[in-house]
Design a protein around this ligand. Structure first.
Ligand code: ATP
Ligand code: MG
Length: 567
């Protein structure tokens, strides 16, 4: 609760260079009187300027300076909140804005705007709108609650019920939701990127595997080619071996033929020798008529016989030789044939040997190829990159889960903090209380109408014959009673909540316009009732009628063009 002690000002509007001070907690009810322009309403401007840095009436700040002195405007307000006393000092020409807490000046390094924010949010916990609805009601600028827009009504009630914090929280929450959304987009983007990386890696690995398979296929084909080559070579070898056996079998007579040839040649030699011998005998008998040894004459008959015998012999041998020559030619031919066959055998054997060489080369090659196949199949693809990326993705997914969980929490919080959430719950609790109070105050002012507010602070009029009524339907005096009932209700709620609670209530000409004598009386009775811990100031021109109903009176007057409090 803010307990106001006093406010003082100088060089402010029509006040000159002397302090005008109003003690705000001296009397429970004070009537402020004075002629038009005497300086009564100035107190509202002084309080507003001190607390909020702006005038109450619709003028700008420089217009507050007294036009005669034109400088040294100063306003001071003293109040206590709990155990601490505060003094706020403001000035124009020179500019001044100071907050003293327990007579110590609060750090002024912040900008004026922040200093003001600090004052409103952390010290008085009251803003200009609520102040001008609950503490000071001026005829010039006061807009009755019921004539405010829904948004302004809600703001005042939120202030009153001290639930503005939820609005502030909602603003922060919206920022958090936005950040959460951005984080989620970010993490999703990163996950996508990592997944793309994996895809590229996998493609690469598949390529490697395909290449390895291609190679293995090729090598296996090589093996199967080699195997069929070997089979073909072995088949050939078998055929060739068979041929060799056949051929070798066909020339088993070679030895015999050679032997026979030798025999024929030796017989031929013998026959040649025999012919030579016979020819020599014929020669002898032709050349000799006597025996060279015994010198006896050789008989011609014998001679002829001997020659004939030899010649016969030669003829016989020649026939035999001819036969032998035939036989020789036959055997020679056979030997030639055998030799040809032997050449053929050699050729086959060479082929077999070549084939065997090829087979062993192929075997060697197959062994190598098999080794290559095993090596290729056993080749390990490097998976480490993928494993690392998968680890990273798992981490990102964890993070994503956390962000999503946070989003769920934020969603719940958003539900709670939106206007229909906690605030509505709290407002709902207070609406019946408020309605009870409104109707109590209306009854106290002898205005018997059931005027209630719903959760949206729209009026609900339940009185008989007035179902179609709205606030606007009522007369000025009736409206005034509703306005006052609302004002008193807000103050009662503020007291309950200890939120916008102050000891001060200033009503500037609130009665003068539309309240009739009866209304004034009833309202004053009410003020008396609430006046126990409240200091009520009523500015009015109806001084004569009201004077005796107040515990004290302040009269303002103009003296030599400057306003002052009359002695
Ligand atoms: N800057 C200024 N310098 C000097 N006088 C000023 C300045 N601004 C306004 N005034 C005058 O200050 C006076 C104080 O006005 P104020 O509103 O306090 O009078 P009031 O007593 O409330 O009168 P009313 O009964 O008509 O409401 C007025 O006469 C006004 O013309
Ligand atoms: Mg006035």
């Amino acid at each position: 609760m803010i307990h106001f002690h006093n406010v003082r000002w100088k060089n402010f509007l029509s006040t000159g260079n002397v302090w005008t001070q109003v003690d705000l907690d001296r009397s429970s009810t004070t009537l402020v009187i004075g002629e038009n322009g005497a300086g009564k309403s100035t107190v509202l401007d002084a309080l507003c300027f001190a607390l909020f840095g702006k005038p109450f009436r619709k003028i700008n700040k420089p217009q507050l300076i007294n036009t005669v002195n034109e400088k040294d405007l100063l306003v001071e307000v003293n109040f206590t909140i709990g155990k601490h006393s505060y003094r706020i000092v403001r000035g124009i020409k020179p500019n001044k804005f100071e907050i003293y807490k327990d007579d110590v000046l609060l750090n002024q390094t912040a900008s004026v705007k922040d200093y003001q924010k600090y004052l409103e949010e952390n010290v008085i916990k009251l803003n200009y709108n609520s102040f001008s609805q609950i503490v000071i009601l001026g005829s010039s600028t006061f807009i009755p609650f019921m004539q405010l827009h829904a948004h302004a009504r809600r703001e005042i009630i939120e202030d009153l019920l001290d639930i503005k914090i939820f609005t502030a929280m909602n603003v922060l929450l919206k920022e958090k939701i936005q950040t959460n959304k951005e984080k989620l987009t970010d993490v999703n983007y990163h996950i996508e990127m990592e997944e793309e990386k994996i895809e590229v890696h996998q493609k690469y690995i598949e390529e490697i595997k395909a290449k390895a398979k291609e190679r293995v296929d090729y090598l296996e084909k090589e093996i199967s080619n080699a195997e069929s080559s070997i089979a073909r070579l072995e088949r050939d070898n078998e055929l060739h071996n068979k041929k060799v056996t056949e051929l070798q079998e066909s020339i088993q007579d070679e030895d015999r033929v050679r032997k026979k040839l030798n025999e024929i040649l030796s017989i031929e030699t013998k026959f040649e020798d025999k012919i030579k011998k016979s020819k020599k005998e014929i020669q002898f008998y032709n050349d000799n008529d006597h025996c060279p040894t015994c010198t006896q004459t050789i008989d011609v008959a014998i001679k002829t016989e001997k020659i004939e015998q030899s010649e016969n012999k030669i003829s016989e041998i020649r026939v035999a030789l001819e036969n032998l020559a035939n036989e020789l030619s036959k055997e020679n031919q056979r030997l030639l044939d055998i030799s040809e066959i032997n050449t053929e055998v050699s050729e086959y054997l060479e082929k077999i040997s070549d084939a065997n060489n090829q087979i062993s080369s192929l075997m060697k090659y197959m062994k190598q190829v098999r080794k290559s196949i095993t090596e290729t199949q056993e080749e390990k693809v490097d998976n480490t990159d993928i494993e690392e990326i998968e680890k990273k993705i798992a981490e990102l997914n964890n993070l994503k889960e956390k962000i999503i969980n946070e989003r769920e929490v934020l969603k719940v919080a958003a539900d709670l903090l939106k206007d229909k959430g906690i605030k509505t719950q709290i407002v709902r609790q207070y609406v019946p209380v408020m309605n009870k109070l409104i109707n109590k105050y209306l009854a106290a002012m002898e205005f018997f109408v059931s005027f209630e507010l719903d959760e949206n602070f729209e009026e609900v009029i339940k009185s008989r014959h007035r179902d179609t009524f709205s606030y606007g339907s009522f007369s000025e005096g009736e409206k005034m009673r509703i306005d006052l009932a609302l004002l008193l209700t807000w103050r009662a709620v503020a007291r309950m909540k200890n939120s916008t609670n102050t000891n001060l209530l200033i009503l500037d000409e609130v009665f003068d316009a539309s309240l009739d004598a009866n209304g004034c009386d009833e309202f004053l009775k009410l003020l008396d009732e609430i006046g126990k811990d409240t200091n009520v100031f009523v500015i009015s021109h109806k001084g004569d009628i009201l004077q005796d109903k107040f515990r004290s009176v302040i009269r303002f007057e103009k003296h030599k063009n400057f306003s002052r409090v009359a002695a």
